[in-house]
Design a protein around this ligand. Structure first.
Ligand code: SF4
Length: 425
């Protein structure tokens, strides 16, 4: 394979052989002045991945340029691993995967086929424009894509294979590379690596903190039960009904509630209805996720991760929009005033469109949405007790009958301010 091709697709297995042949070792990359440019390019690669969401193509005119470009991929992985930050791993793997997908569109199908095989995708070349993919790989890689065009039922199956065009194959390969990179990271790193890349690690950490702050500053306003995405509603209701949640569910719910503004005590109180509640253990876990004990505040997982963890419960029509990739996006969108509300607020002189609409009822899903009492994979963690006063955080565990509702255009309930399960401090 040409060195330029390896430089553009540095995750390919052939890169290792090329570097070995070139006499490059890990030690030399870290310590030798001759590889300073590779270290700089690796740092640049990380910052681009995090800030621009894509790895830009650097000008390459010589074999040395190709070599440094390949090394920049190795350096970038070392830096990401040194931070150990889950958010950075996700951003980085997404950016590498998107860059590969875009670059592949300019390549011929033979090469696309070769790369797909290297990613362990069961494909066969059909023509210059199409490829066949086995339905099991199709299902595995298309599971995060929720738009109708990816539904298996709408695809033609022939002896277990589907015929796809280049664009769709590249999109699935993007998913495969993202999964591969994020599963490989973080790599084990030693003190020498951390010391070498300390300035970049510090810069990246500053950017990550800025991003987390931006998330917070965007503001989620008052916490509202009706704005919660189905996954969170169902997990909350499971708790309310005295069910335990699997570890991944507790993590997702805690990180989500913390990000939208619920304090530690409020979150703890929600868990107090679990049959095996242990206040010390629960406090330790919640404070670890919210960062009050660990110093690292975790953000809630994306929809894709939630799907892969089996905790994307009953996605609705809003979830099925192509652009819906995160439970926080769902919550934000639900909080936006609808056009008719804006019109109403103009007429009534209420600029925020707030108020207390007439009409009572029990909002859909507010007290016991379908499946809420038995979320998939709910487990039964050890240790239980039930501390005094822990069961009723500002009405959070009792959305039933919490207020009056009206239906929105999606047929879902809109409740008034009484539905707030808590308020931001
Ligand atoms: S699609 Fe996303 S927001 Fe909707 S239920 Fe699944 S994880 Fe939650």
């Amino acid at each position: 394979m040409e060195p330029r091709t390896l430089a553009l697709f540095p995750f390919l297995p052939e890169v290792s052989a090329y570097l070995k042949q070139s006499g490059v070792t890990l030690d030399s990359i870290i310590s030798e002045p001759a590889y300073e440019r590779a270290r700089d390019l690796g740092s640049k690669r990380i910052m681009e991945a995090f800030l621009d969401k894509e790895i830009k193509e650097n000008p390459m005119v010589s074999e040395v340029d190709h070599l440094f470009e390949m090394l920049s991929y190795i350096v970038a992985r070392m830096i990401v691993s040194s931070t150990g930050d889950e958010m950075l791993i996700i951003h980085y793997s997404q950016a590498e995967a998107l860059s590969m997908s875009n670059r592949l569109l300019d390549q011929d199908m033979d090469f696309v086929h070769e790369v797909a095989s290297s990613l362990d995708i069961n494909v066969s070349l059909e023509s210059a424009d199409n490829m066949r993919i086995h339905f099991t790989d199709y299902l595995r890689l298309s599971s995060p894509m929720r738009s109708k065009e990816w539904a298996l039922i709408d695809q033609e199956l022939d002896a277990g294979f589907l015929l796809l065009d280049k664009k769709k194959i590249c999109r699935l390969m993007q998913q495969a590379l993202k999964d591969k990179i994020s599963s490989e990271l973080p790599l084990p790193v030693n003190d020498e690596i951390i010391e070498t890349f300390r300035p970049t690690i510090e810069n990246v950490k500053i950017e990550i903190e800025k991003k987390k702050e931006e998330f917070k500053k965007e503001g989620f306003g008052r916490i509202s039960f009706i704005r919660l995405p189905p996954c969170m509603k169902i997990m909350l209701n499971a708790l309310k009904d005295g069910k335990n949640l699997p570890h991944v569910g507790r993590f997702a719910l805690t990180a989500f509630l913390n990000t939208i503004g619920m304090d530690t005590e409020g979150i703890l109180a929600l868990y107090a209805t679990s049959p095996d509640f242990n206040v010390n253990l629960a406090r330790y876990q919640v404070e670890h996720i919210t960062g009050s004990s660990s110093g690292i505040e975790y953000l809630p997982q994306s929809c894709h991760t939630m799907v892969s963890q089996g905790i994307c419960f009953e996605p609705d029509s809003l979830c099925n929009k192509d652009w819906m990739t995160h439970p926080l996006s769902y919550y934000k969108i639900k909080g936006k005033p609808r056009d008719k509300d804006k019109d109403k607020s103009k007429n009534t002189g209420n600029p925020k469109g707030a108020g207390n609409p007439k009409g009572a009822g029990n909002p859909k899903g507010a007290d016991n949405p379908k499946g809420a009492d038995n979320p998939k994979g709910a487990d039964n963690p050890k240790g239980a007790d039930n501390p005094k006063g822990a069961g009723n955080p500002k009405g959070a565990d009792n959305p039933k009958g919490a207020g009056k509702d009206k239906k929105d255009e999606d047929g879902e309930s809109q409740q008034d301010e009484k539905d707030q399960i808590s308020e931001k401090d």
